[in-house]
Ligand binder design. Structure first.
Ligand code: NAP
Length: 231
């Protein structure tokens, strides 16, 4: 048994929280464009959120009253403390485009590895990771930015090998659009089945929360894009 986990098996532990109102959902990268939407959607569902962000991260006004933990993600004890008492974590951190070609390794690999370790130590058994279509692929133009797809693949591996109740969500190209979302339908498939396509970040946010509360998505890699709903 990993340190920090109780004698209850992880999946059982999560399912005991039958009322989502009782759940404390941690969201890392909540200052990001997907992360803040995950937090907003969780609040809409009546869930209690805890935002894990960097010391200088900027949050939108909609999240101003939330329990917010500012920390250095490379400092394991800070992460463990921030996660204490949470029932699940949605990881929405990701390297922002920059001239730092080590960014993807530092964020999409190392910061994810750290969060996985911290979940095990803090006894947070349920984790949803926002990754990317084509994660783990070497021959892809997106890798011009610090081998980002390889880095995401290594981050995913850490989670898959963790013993936690994980779900990996791999969205296509992320869009800012917020209108007419009801006219879109999700295309969801298993690992390495979609190569292209896009999806509004708001729909990714909703899907991650669906996964968090759906035990059948545990130990699944799910690729998601969206398309116009058929009339
Ligand atoms: N862009 C796309 O089309 C696309 C497609 C598929 C998947 N994805 C992935 O989907 C996820 C969400 O993307 P997004 O565009 O919505 O995110 P985003 O707006 O770029 O936000 C990234 C988040 O990660 C945080 N972050 C960056 N470096 C960090 C570090 N060293 N330690 C801790 N937190 C750090 C940022 O914090 P600060 O606010 O402090 O910078 C921010 O909260 C990412 O993993 C991204 O790679 C993106």
């Amino acid at each position: 048994m990993e340190s920090g986990l109780t004698s209850i098996q992880p999946s059982t532990q999560f399912q005991l929280i039958t009322n989502t109102m009782d759940m404390i959902v941690a969201i890392s990268g909540a200052s990001g464009r997907t992360g803040y939407r995950i937090a907003e959607e969780a609040l809409d569902r009546g869930q209690t959120v805890r935002l894990l962000v960097q010391p200088a991260s900027k949050l939108p006004p909609s999240l101003s009253g939330c329990d917010t933990r500012r920390l250095n993600f490379s400092h394991l004890p800070q992460l463990v403390e921030a996660l204490q008492g949470c029932h699940g974590l949605v990881i929405a951190t990701g390297a922002r485009p920059s001239a730092n070609l080590l960014g993807p390794f530092q964020v999409d690999t190392q910061a994810v590895q750290q969060q996985v370790k911290a979940c095990k130590e803090a006894g947070v058994a349920r984790v949803v990771l926002v990754s990317s279509l084509c994660s783990g692929q070497l021959w892809h133009s997106l890798n011009l930015f610090g081998l980002i797809l390889m880095c995401k693949g290594w981050g995913e591996q850490a989670l898959e090998r963790s013993g936690l109740d994980w779900t990996i969500v791999r969205p296509g190209g992320l869009k800012e659009e917020e209108t007419a979302l009801e006219q879109k339908e999700l295309v969801v498939s298993g690992a390495n089945t979609q190569q292209q396509g896009s999806i509004p970040r708001r729909l990714v946010a909703r899907y991650c929360l669906e996964c968090l509360s759906t035990p059948s998505t545990i130990h699944q890699v799910l690729e998601i894009t969206s398309k116009p709903r058929r009339p």
